[in-house]
Design a protein around this ligand. Structure first.
Ligand SMILES: N[C@@H](Cc1ccccc1)C(=O)O
Length: 465
């Protein structure tokens, strides 16, 4: 029995008697790779004789395509001289990087002579055979082809061509059809064909279902946890004024505490409407850090280096207590990228403002967040941050990595709260997200969190419930 495609090829061959795989593919419109396997089937069934040959053909290289557009350097040189001699130096300026190629080929081809720093053309115009060959490779002679190859303008490729000869005529009654239409039934045409049997063992086509990127899925999981703990989500932009990233957080200008991490500067200045807030911050900085605070510095733009900048913006809006807010977003810090460092990564910052909020409660909240993320063991260590006192670092126990630093936290300093007129207690923290994600997703290279390898993304099993 013949399949519909096999029959198409045989009926095409019936008139021609012999042809080849490339012609079959272009005339019938079946991809070459399918044609090759169909021909093989037909050979096995005794309909055709085949002969496989390998054929050389040529394609333009990138350089070749460029020269086909612009012309070859020696052609350009000769035609621009137009029979007149010219200073080598002058030519050098106009031909730029093509100068050496143009001169050396023109000399080799006897088109020019060089005397006392001058180029003397021997012809008025010139079109090289190589250029004509680039325009029509099929017609080019073997010498020119070899020259083009040598000049790196074309590249030799090989392809397999199968010559096919018909040895047994197909009959319509041998065609097995799989697609029985209403028309065929009505017209009785179906009687001419054999019906192909269903192959109930054939595999169905494989469709991949769409799914979210595993890192996005993890980020959403984390946000869900925060929302289930009663926090409100707030987001602010990546481009931030130094005021919110540093000054309002009591990190003095031009002082090592500011450089606790490096940051990316952005050209331009921002604007702060709340002049009272500006002068409060100035006063507090000058009183406690004892230096001359500058407004030009505070308005400078940067890529935020910590999402605590968002917390600062929340504070600057002088919110009413009680408040429980969080933000989860990207931050940026210059660094050398490797398996554990990126220059952009995510942080989750949060703040709780309440009447009698305590340090102990803060530690409890952090424990709860980590617990819900599946980290059951956590310990705290005293730490320093310019904007909190007391300050702690939290370490979580991860199966593969052991004790890993997860977050910084503390009670916001009174200097900060007073500048925004809040007379409550505020606990704040910042959690590094990538490391948590790596642990959850069982990834050992941080760069894989941002993989765009479709196979890898497809196969990644996300184990978060
Ligand atoms: N922003 C700090 C973390 C932090 C946030 C809030 C309070 C204390 C610490 C960091 O990036 O390391």
């Amino acid at each position: 029995m013949l399949s519909e495609n096999e029959a198409k090829i045989l009926f095409f061959l019936k008139d021609l008697k012999r042809t080849n795989s490339i012609e079959i593919s272009t005339k019938i419109g079946i991809p070459e790779s399918s044609v090759l396997s169909l021909i093989e089937l037909l050979r096995e069934k005794g309909y055709v004789k085949t002969e496989t040959i390998s054929e050389k053909y040529y394609v333009l290289t990138e350089e070749g395509r460029k020269r086909k557009e612009s012309g070859l350097p020696e052609d350009i040189l000769i035609n621009s001289l137009n029979g007149q001699e010219k200073d080598l130096n002058e030519i050098k300026n106009t031909l730029d990087e093509d100068f050496n190629i143009a001169i050396s080929w023109a000399k080799r081809k006897g088109l020019i002579e060089i005397k006392e720093g001058k180029v003397i053309p021997k012809v008025k115009t010139y079109t090289s055979p190589e250029y004509l060959a680039l325009l029509n490779l099929e017609k080019a002679d073997i010498n020119t082809i070899n020259l083009l190859k040598k000049r790196g303008l074309i590249e030799e490729k090989k392809r397999k061509i199968v010559n096919v000869e018909l040895v047994k005529e197909p009959k319509e009654s041998e065609i097995g059809i799989s697609n029985l239409t209403r028309e065929m039934i009505v017209s009785g045409e179906w009687k001419k064909y054999k019906l192909r049997k269903y192959n109930v063992e054939a595999f169905p086509p494989y469709y991949t279902i769409s799914k979210k990127h595993y890192f996005r899925e993890f980020l959403e999981k984390v946000k869900d946890i925060m929302i289930s703990l009663g926090f409100k989500e707030i987001n602010t932009g990546y481009i931030e004024m130094e005021f919110y990233n540093f000054d309002l957080l009591f990190q003095p200008q031009d002082h090592p505490a500011r450089e606790i991490h490096d940051s990316f500067a952005v050209e331009g200045l921002g604007n702060i409407e709340d002049k009272e807030l500006l002068s409060n911050v100035k006063e507090i900085h000058e009183k406690f850090w004892k230096y001359e605070w500058k407004q030009d510095i505070t308005l400078r733009l940067m890529l935020r280096s910590q999402t605590t900048a968002t917390t600062a913006r929340v504070l600057a809006s002088r919110p009413k207590a009680p408040q429980k807010v969080f933000t989860l977003g990207k931050v940026f810090r210059p660094d050398a990228i490797d398996a554990t460092h990126l220059i952009e990564f995510h942080q989750l910052d949060g703040v709780i403002i309440d009447d009698n909020f305590t340090f102990r409660e803060l530690l409890g909240v952090l424990k709860e967040i980590f617990y819900r993320l599946g980290i059951k063991e956590i310990k705290f260590k005293p730490a320093y941050f310019p904007f909190t006192e007391p300050s702690v670092e939290a370490y979580g126990y991860l199966e593969k990595l052991g004790w890993v630093e997860m977050c910084g936290a503390g009670l916001l300093r009174p200097e900060i709260l007073s500048s925004v007129g809040i007379d409550k207690i505020a606990g704040a923290w910042g959690i590094g997200i990538e490391r948590l994600a790596m642990s959850f997703l069982n990834i050992s290279d941080i760069r894989l969190l941002y993989s765009n390898n479709i196979e890898y993304i497809r196969d990644m099993k996300v184990k978060i419930e």
